[in-house]
Design a protein around this ligand. Structure first.
Ligand SMILES: C[S@@+](CC[C@H](N)C(=O)[O-])C[C@H]1O[C@@H](n2cnc3c(N)ncnc32)[C@H](O)[C@@H]1O
Length: 276
């Protein structure tokens, strides 16, 4: 199932990137979106943020929050966006960290990387680098970035513990994890197996979502401290489930959250030496 999911994700987001590239400045942006009902990605950014960006970066926005508005980014910092898509959060972050800072966008879908690099060129932003790779194996050295952001991507990963371990490894000591993601609240044991097994709903940011406390526990298990989740949006249903005629049980709801955690600052370990 893991390979099916990744293949479906690449196909889905590759098609969105191609549709955006083909339709940009020509038609209604919603026609290029991944899904017919765009409740998850609608109205995440205010006009002041988007008016300075290439329209293709805005049209390709497929997040479920606005991590750049909630994360505290400072001039000179290095930021990594996991699953950067068309690059909207990378370009917004690049402005916040300024020319002395740097922002990496990481994505596994070629068409999205091409779109993101075009958007970067159009925006004339230089302190950005888009990397090809899987968020379960981040192609950056240990202790390299100050902040990890991500927008509606970790729910798509088939091995979330690997993502959290990789985020921890690549963050500097004291570094911040500041991510928007979809989570379930309530009795997730009541979610029908057919919902979890629906590959299209996994690729649509629903079926792979973790229960909120499970999310925080996995972050702590990877080594993070101060893990917390703030609900930013509540969904009554989503198109991927609705189209398949599947509803969620009343004991469960799907929400977007802003998730924060910190890689603890270096604890100095003093070797116990021999005395006398
Ligand atoms: C829902 S879109 C979000 C894109 C972007 N963060 C945004 O807010 O517009 C998911 C993106 O994550 C990428 N992606 C999904 N799983 C990934 C993985 N395991 N490794 C790298 N990229 C991944 C997809 O190619 C796609 O571009």
């Amino acid at each position: 199932m893991e390979q099916d999911i990744k293949k479906t994700i690449r196909a889905k987001y590759g098609a969105v990137a191609q549709a955006v590239s083909a339709t940009v400045n020509k038609t209604d942006p919603s026609s290029a979106r991944a899904c017919g009902c765009n409740d998850i990605s609608e109205d995440l950014y205010d006009a002041l943020q988007t008016e300075v960006l290439p329209s293709a970066a805005v049209q390709a926005s497929l997040g479920c929050g606005n991590p750049t508005a909630l994360a505290e980014l400072h001039p000179g910092e290095t930021v990594l966006d996991l699953g950067s898509g068309g690059g909207i959060d990378v370009l917004l972050s690049a402005r916040r960290v300024g020319p002395t800072g740097k922002v990496y966008g990481l994505d596994m879908t070629d068409e999205m990387l091409e779109l993101a690099r075009n958007n970067q060129r159009q925006a004339g932003i230089e302190n950005v680098e888009f990397l090809k790779g899987d968020i379960e194996g981040i192609p950056l050295p240990d202790n390299h970035v100050d902040v990890i952001i991500s927008n509606c991507v970790i729910n798509l990963a088939t091995d979330k513990d690997k993502v959290f371990r990789e985020a921890y490894r690549t963050l500097k000591s004291g570094g911040r994890f500041a991510v928007s993601d979809i989570v379930f609240q309530g009795d997730v044991g009541k979610i029908p197996k057919k919902v979890r097994d629906l590959v299209d709903a996994w690729a649509g940011c629903v079926s792979g979502a973790l229960e909120e406390q499970d999310y925080l526990a996995r972050l702590r298990a990877a080594g993070f401290s101060d893990a917390s989740l703030e609900v930013t949006r509540i969904y009554s249903d989503t198109c991927e489930l609705g189209c398949a005629g599947i509803g969620l049980p009343p004991e469960v709801r799907l929400v977007s959250g802003f998730i924060r955690a910190t890689k603890p600052s270096n604890v100095k370990i003093t070797a116990v030496g021999t005395t006398g």
